[in-house]
Design a protein around this ligand. Structure first.
Ligand code: LLP
Length: 425
């Protein structure tokens, strides 16, 4: 970080940085901003596909894309085409994935509070797996599942592993709203109850210890706990969830999907996981984060005594992660990506609160100013999917680029869209 030019390793696979511009998938970012306006999410389709293929090749069949990280019909279809299952966490996610044409038997349904309707739809459509989270859900399933309405399930357990990550996205510990505790015996009781439901086939256990995790150690521990816990069951699957981290700023580095899988297989061998048990995962961020970049136009540069504020035409509505988790990002000037970045600014959005900060200390070239096109790389995960209409700011468009072609997969929201829920005007 600092005056050096932005590091090329933060860009997606096909990005080409020149003195006077950046292209991704053979398309100039500058031209995309002109055609589609800003803010704009640009995804490198080849990177998305490559990460999906990597996951499909290193895990067993049934490995899923965690759609919460970035979901639209085009993305669900892409993951499905590349051989992944698609994991959904709500009825809304299930709905769009089905509309996208993903086969129901490639969908995995999660949720810590699945409604009767959500359970009913999952069973009626014949999803690949439903991941059972709690005893109230088991009660509901007893009423819904039968030999005529069968269900394939996993049971979500908490292995008691504390992942090294932000507490809001940590889930493997005992004090959590997700899953059944292995330590207290509840997970065992849940398994016994599920095995008693006629029409329900329990394939194994599932755990998810957290997100944005850089070290494989926590996953190895989780694998060990799960393998030992199920040593005497006749399960055929074990899923360690998602959570693999990605580098957002210079100096960070994360294991690849392949390295993650190798570490898990190694742990499985070490702890004597029964052969034939499929080792599964459901990465989200590791598939989509680096493929995405957000383009903004600078509208205001305001020096105050303490610093300079540079305001762009988006903000916490398209990327709430800095506000929510204190997440770091970097910025570059699209017209001069290789330039040194001596200008230190606080990159902020257009929302009505001081907390609307995209980058607390951003570094940009000296000449970047009003009218410049500034972009933040590694915004492909949990940006669009957590985007809001705060201050009635329309959500940006999303485009996929590949081999010199552009595909608009989500159009920009309009004021008309924003008004369409109003009753009586
Ligand atoms: N599986 C389950 C059961 C999950 O709860 C999650 C994420 C994943 C898979 C995918 O995790 P990933 O591979 O993307 O880390 N909004 C936060 C992240 C929340 C993650 C929630 N669950 C963020 O922006 O960092």
């Amino acid at each position: 970080m600092g005056v050096e030019p932005i590091t090329a390793s933060l860009f997606s696979d096909t990005a080409q940085l020149r003195n006077d511009g950046v292209s991704i998938g053979g398309v100039e970012l500058r031209d995309l901003a002109t055609t589609f306006g800003t803010p704009l999410f640009v995804y490198d389709e080849e990177t998305l596909r490559e990460r999906c293929r990597e996951a499909a090749s290193v895990f067993d069949d049934g490995v899923a894309f965690a759609s919460k990280s970035f979901l639209c019909a085009a993305m669900a279809r892409l993951a499905f085409e590349e051989g992944l299952c698609v994991d959904v966490a709500t009825g809304g996610e299930l709905d769009i994935v089905l509309r996208a044409g993903v086969a129901a038997n490639r969908i995995i349904v999660h949720g810590n509070n699945k409604s009767h309707e959500e359970l009913e739809r999952a069973i009626a459509t014949g999803v690949h797996r439903l991941v059972v989270d709690n005893f109230d859900e088991i009660t509901r399933l007893r009423a819904l599942v039968s030999p005529a309405a069968p269900l394939n399930a996993l049971v979500r357990v908490t292995p008691g592993v504390e992942a090294h990550t932000h507490e809001y996205v940590r889930t493997g510990q005992e004090d959590t709203k997700f899953g059944f505790s292995v330590a207290t015996g509840e997970a065992r009781r849940a398994i016994d109850e599920l095995k008693d439901i006629e029409g329900l086939t329990l394939h194994g256990v599932h755990a998810h210890i957290g997100s944005q995790i850089f070290e494989v150690e926590g996953f190895r521990e989780s694998m060990t706990v799960l393998a030992e816990f199920t040593a005497n069951d006749d399960f055929d699957e074990l899923c360690v969830g998602g959570g693999l981290g990605v580098a957002y700023v210079a100096g960070e580095s994360a294991p690849s999907i392949k390295e993650w899988a190798v570490a898990l297989r190694d742990a499985a061998t070490h702890c004597g996981l029964r052969p034939g048990v499929r080792i599964l995962a459901e990465p989200g961020r590791a598939i989509v984060a680096q493929a995405g970049v957000t383009l903004y136009r600078v509208g205001v540069v305001k020096p105050v005594t303490q610093r300079t504020y540079m305001a762009v035409d988006g903000g916490m509505s398209d990327n709430p992660r800095p506000v929510l988790y204190g997440s770091g990002y970097e910025a570059f000037d699209v017209d001069q990506p290789l330039a040194e970045r001596p200008q230190q600014v606080r990159l902020v959005g257009k929302h009505c609160e001081s907390g609307d900060v995209l980058i607390d200390e951003a570094y940009l070239p000296a000449s970047t100013g009003v009218g410049s096109l500034v972009a933040t790389p590694v915004t492909g995960a949990y940006g669009y999917s957590m985007a809001s209409n705060y201050n009635r700011v329309p959500r940006p468009a999303v485009v996929f680029v590949r081999d010199g072609e552009v595909r608009e997969v989500l159009r920009r929201e309009t004021f008309e869209d924003l008004a369409h829920l109003e009753v009586g005007i």
